[in-house]
Design a protein around this ligand. Structure first.
Ligand code: B12
Length: 231
């Protein structure tokens, strides 16, 4: 990355944080659009959107910002995300289903990930927060999905439904993501845990999703053979 790119992203983050404090949605949108035009979806998500989300979250928890700022930033980012999903030219041959498991409400990082997959020419179908496992299975079947990604902040989002995750993983390349997935001591069989880094995760899914995830080194088929699970 060039020096001036880094300075632009830092400036963009500063301007967006200022706009969030002022509840100025127009400026949030303008800065994100400019960043998208100048440096694309991956950089905008990883260099501007995620750091701002984290900072707002941290400041909310410390009491410096209020729940209104968290709601405002989530809603503003969702608005711009909608624009990111404008149809891309050419064919989008692969379909991915995104969802948060039951009782998991932290869906924004997954939506951002969806924008990054969309930019990689995936057809992205988002089921959002708190989605019943049966509904996820139905969507996967109905769409003949090439991949499915489930994200959760808490381990319990996955730990409480290991058998149904393994069953779903037998039907479609299944990727688990978010802090709840990366901290699982043993991921469910037939699932792949995505790394924390969204760009690396998108590249990984792009490489293996629909193209034989069974060959992925992070895929936990190992459990079927009583070998230590990786990832
Ligand atoms: C915003 C927020 C919410 C929003 C969610 C908005 C939304 N629609 O997404 C709302 C208000 C709904 C919410 C609710 C709750 N939340 Co909350 N929330 C947060 C907050 C402030 C920010 C989360 C966030 O989006 N961060 C930005 C993301 C991008 O960063 P990240 O989480 O670090 O994720 C990184 C990686 O894990 C990875 N990653 C994450 N998701 C994904 C997905 C994919 C596909 C990939 C590849 C990677 C990836 O990418 C990130 C970059 O490294 C955090 C605290 C914080 N400062 O982070 C708490 C936090 C996550 N919440 C927490 C809790 C406990 C809750 C509640 C249970 C109650 C509460 N105390 O508020 C409820 C209910 C949650 C539920 N049932 O699911 C805890 C979780 C602790 C835990 N591990 O159990 C946190 C950490 C706060 C805390 N310290 O207590 N929350």
């Amino acid at each position: 990355m060039h020096e001036h790119d880094r300075i632009d992203h830092a400036a963009a983050r500063g301007t967006v944080m200022g706009a969030v404090r002022e509840l100025d949605g127009g400026t949030v949108r303008d800065v994100l659009r400019q960043s998208l035009l100048g440096s694309g979806v991956d950089d905008t998500v990883t260099q501007v959107v995620i750091p701002v989300l984290r900072e707002v979250g941290d400041r909310w928890q410390s009491g410096e910002l209020g729940v209104l700022h968290e709601h405002f930033v989530s809603s503003s980012f969702r608005g711009v995300l909608g624009e990111l999903r404008m149809p891309v030219q050419g064919e989008q041959v692969r379909t991915v289903v995104l969802a948060c498991p039951p009782r998991e409400l932290h869906d924004l990082p997954l939506e951002l990930f969806g924008a990054m997959l969309h930019a990689r020419r995936w057809r992205v179908v988002s089921l959002g927060a708190n989605t019943p496992m049966t509904a996820i299975g139905q969507a996967v079947r109905f769409l003949h999905a090439d991949a499915c990604v489930l994200a959760g902040v808490r381990r319990s989002a996955f730990e409480s439904r290991m058998p149904s995750l393994s069953r779903l993983g037998a039907r479609v390349p299944l990727f688990l993501a978010g802090e709840g997935a990366v901290t699982l001591p043993r991921p469910p069989a037939r699932t792949t845990v995505l790394p924390r880094d969204l760009r690396r995760a998108a590249d990984l899914l792009d490489a293996v999703g629909g193209g034989g995830a069974t060959s992925s080194p992070q895929r936990s088929d190992a459990q079927d053979r009583n070998e230590p699970a990786v990832g």
